[in-house]
Design a binder for this molecule. Structure first.
Ligand SMILES: Cc1cc2nc3c(=O)[nH]c(=O)nc-3n(C[C@H](O)[C@H](O)[C@H](O)COP(=O)(O)OP(=O)(O)OC[C@H]3O[C@@H](n4cnc5c(N)ncnc54)[C@H](O)[C@@H]3O)c2cc1C
Length: 399
């Protein structure tokens, strides 16, 4: 019997692991995801601000997996992992594994105090969430186009969290509004985006040049940035910040942090206080040599032991390394130690404007935008090419 590797999560980390493992014909691989597509979160800002259609931000998982004779894709929701029996509990069956790769990413952390907030809020980590945001804004613009009275009413959007995703969303949305204002003579002067940053600046921890460029761009776009404060409470369409400011709001976007996928909450493996799973230098779950944890689910570190931020690039590197180590362990070879690196960071800042930090050199504006687009395409196009090849092998439409 072939060694059975089960990969939970078909996104950056899970796909990277799957593609490397699939090259080994001695392995039987099952990739499980709750969606039949890989959502390109790194392009979510384009979808939210109507610069792209949703089919441009996904890769079909059944079609991608159909390229490999030793890979099975299961479109299922993982309910839990039974560590004592080496099985995954799915909604309709149990999936046994010899080796497990957990690549379930993370979910948007929400504010718990007002149950109603879920009706007028969204996160941007899922295709559904990004679409909800986009449709909501399109609808609001339409109402303003229809009615002069409505166009004069204040409309406040709060983006909670001024890290990479919060800044990209705030800049993208504001640019979207401003563009409508210019092209349709539609007054968006009463539409306000409030970006809440808990630290002294947006993009805390990044290079000063990047912070300066992003701050200037946000100001030029008219985003209202509130620094050194957090959301203290939310009640009936009003937010109270820790500095005492009250902001009435119509819609809220959570971008202030993430937490573990709910199905892993009760998993008896050591976690950090933020809910990421601790891994050893080979990316094993602590105490489990047949379980690898990769991507946002793991508390990844660089070679010096410094924590790495959750990004697609470290997710891909960790997925590849887990696959290499699974193959090496079956060949009784010495496992490879993790040497994960942040090679740079690219931030979209609304329209054709971005900032890129490649550590030794930084780019701003249109050049940075073009580089970001190139990076996105170099990731997406090979997957699309594989998916289109796989699609031809499938008899029925995968999605
Ligand atoms: C707006 C935004 C912009 C970003 N921009 C950048 C950027 O420019 N560069 C960068 O490097 N990073 C960026 N990131 C971060 C990056 O997207 C994440 O770090 C990356 O997606 C992590 O990949 P992953 O494979 O670990 O998990 P994820 O991409 O979160 O994927 C997890 C997968 O697991 C599946 N899953 C979860 N729970 C279940 C379940 N119970 N059952 C079955 N399947 C399940 C999900 O459907 C999903 O396919 C951005 C994030 C956001 C939100």
């Amino acid at each position: 019997m072939r060694h059975h590797v089960v990969i939970l999560g078909g996104s950056y980390a899970g796909i990277a692991a799957m593609r490397r493992l699939a090259k080994n014909p001695k392995l039987n691989i099952t990739l499980i995801d709750q969606h039949p597509y890989h959502f390109l979160q790194t392009e979510g800002y384009e979808l939210i601000s109507s610069n792209t259609s949703f089919d441009e931000t996904i890769v079909s998982l059944p079609a991608l997996c159909a390229n490999y004779d030793n890979v099975t894709f299961r479109h299922r929701k993982v309910l839990s992992v039974a560590l004592n029996r080496n099985v995954i509990i799915l909604n309709d069956r149990e999936e046994p594994y010899d080796t497990l790769v957990i690549a379930l990413g993370s979910v948007t952390k929400r504010f718990e105090c007002d149950a109603n907030v879920y009706n007028y809020s969204s996160g941007a980590k899922s295709l559904r969430g990004a679409l909800k945001l986009n449709q909501f804004f399109q609808d609001e613009l339409y109402k303003r186009l229809e009615s002069d009275k409505k166009a004069k009413e204040n409309f406040n959007i709060i983006v909670g969290g001024a890290g990479l995703s919060g800044v990209e969303i705030a800049a993208g949305m504001q640019h979207f509004f401003n563009r409508y204002y210019r092209s349709n003579a539609l007054s968006c002067a009463t539409l306000h985006i409030h970006l809440i940053a808990s630290r002294k600046t947006v993009l805390n921890g990044m290079h000063q040049g990047i912070i300066k460029s992003a701050t200037k761009r946000l100001k030029n776009l008219r985003v209202q940035v509130h620094t050194q404060c957090r959301i203290a409470s939310i009640h009936a369409h009003e937010t109270l910040l820790t500095n005492g400011t009250k902001i009435p709001f119509d819609f809220m976007i959570f971008a202030g942090g993430t937490t573990t996928a709910p199905c892993l909450k009760t998993l008896d493996i050591e976690q950090t206080p933020r809910g990421q799973f601790i891994v050893d230098e080979y990316l094993h779950a602590i105490g489990h040599k047949n379980i690898y944890i990769v991507g946002d689910t793991a508390a990844l570190k660089d070679k010096k032991g410094h924590p790495l931020p959750p990004t697609a690039q470290t997710a891909i590197q960790s997925g590849k390394l887990a696959a290499t180590n699974i193959i090496r362990s079956l060949q009784n070879l010495q496992l490879k130690k993790a040497d994960l690196k942040m090679k740079g960071i690219a931030i979209a800042l609304g329209g054709k404007y971005a900032a890129i930090d490649l550590q030794y050199i930084r780019f701003y504006g249109y050049t940075a935008y073009l580089i970001k687009k190139l990076i996105e395409r170099l990731y997406k196009w090979p997957l699309w090419w594989l998916a289109s090849k796989g699609y031809r092998k499938l008899k029925t439409c995968p999605i």
